[in-house]
Design a protein around this ligand. Structure first.
Ligand SMILES: [Mg+2]
Length: 331
């Protein structure tokens, strides 16, 4: 039983039916709608566990940033504006210097996005565990979900893909930096893992424009698969179109290898979305409003008769054999 089976089996059916739940379990965030309110509330939560989500020696400031960033990324994937955060911390020891650094990393990113920390919980426990719950607001009926992708849509991503996976590999095996890549490129890749950039501005610019969106946390192909399943469509990604950074290309030393990292690595926190045909010519304008480069990397097709929906990757028309599962806990 992996984490998604567990949710379906135990929690998805627990849903008490309330009229103010507009969108429940199964997307990047939930949406609630209060009678008479001008905006919907968007609620997300994410946990980081030492040794599972980050190496145990990760700097405290990076963890403070990252704990909020991964939640901001889910808020971005819903096209919402972040507003309020709750922080639950489980600490093996209360080291004041560590806590100052952690709080500094969290506060810097919270300030950038006008997020107020309004509560939480602090406990002692054997493993450093950080849970953030973030609440945002979205204009009624323009919230972005994983549903709604339609045949003919273009599949697009923000930024570059695969850098965080390379950065994590470098952090875990410092010797790997000696494989021809210079220190500046290695540092840049490591920073992409330690200090991900949540695409909050982009998410709000895309809301109301694009058909479906998800943030890339578990791996591009796996997350494309989740979007395809939620929208009941097929997604085909063209590997040669993937935006790979010069640093990633330098690290792998080979374009095809970089594409593999981009397809299956995780932790990018870029946005993947599908664009209706009438907007295919407007990608540059959209990228300007999003303040981040956007690359068209694939297409949405109807599901073949009798087949299940899903995502696959091709290179120059030839299918690539890759796992679409992405990262799963308990597997
Ligand atoms: Mg997400």
């Amino acid at each position: 039983m992996d984490e998604f089976d567990l949710i379906t089996r135990c929690f998805a059916s627990m849903d008490v039916r309330r009229h103010d739940v507009h969108l429940g379990i199964g997307d990047d965030g939930a949406v609630t709608r209060m009678a008479g309110a001008a905006a919907d509330l968007v609620l997300v939560t994410d946990t980081l566990v030492a040794g599972v989500h980050f190496p145990p020696d990760t700097p405290a400031a990076a963890l403070g940033h990252r704990a909020l960033a991964v939640n901001l990324s889910d808020i971005a994937a819903m096209g919402a504006a972040p507003a309020w955060a709750l922080l639950a911390l489980t600490l093996p020891t209360a080291d004041p210097r560590w806590l100052d650094d952690f709080a500094g990393g969290f506060a810097a990113l919270a300030g950038e996005h006008d997020v107020a920390l309004i509560g939480g919980d602090t406990t002692s426990g054997p493993t450093l565990t950080i849970t953030v719950t973030l609440i945002g607001q979205a204009q009624r009926d323009i919230v972005l979900t994983r549903q709604g992708a339609a045949p003919g849509d273009a599949v697009c991503v923000t930024g570059t893909i695969g850098d965080a996976a390379a950065g994590l590999a470098l952090l875990q095996k410092p010797g790997a930096a000696d494989t021809g890549i210079d220190r500046a490129a290695a540092d840049w890749l490591e920073q992409r893992f330690l200090y991900p950039t949540p695409r909050v501005t982009a998410g709000q610019a895309l809301a109301g424009q694009v058909r479906a969106a998800i943030d890339i946390s578990d791996g591009l192909l796996g997350d494309a698969h989740k979007l395809a399943t939620a929208s009941h469509v097929d997604i085909t990604l063209e590997a040669s179109a993937l935006p790979c950074s010069p640093a990633l290309l330098a690290w792998t030393g080979d374009r095809t290898q970089a594409e593999q990292v981009a397809l299956s690595g995780g932790d990018d926190y870029e946005l993947l979305f599908t664009l209706p045909e009438q907007l295919h010519g407007a990608i540059d304008t959209l990228a300007q409003r999003c303040a981040v480069p956007i690359t068209r990397i694939g297409r949405v097709c109807a599901v073949r008769a009798g087949a299940a929906p899903g995502a696959s990757a091709v290179r120059d028309g030839r299918p690539l054999a890759l796992d679409t599962a992405g990262y799963r806990h308990f597997r």
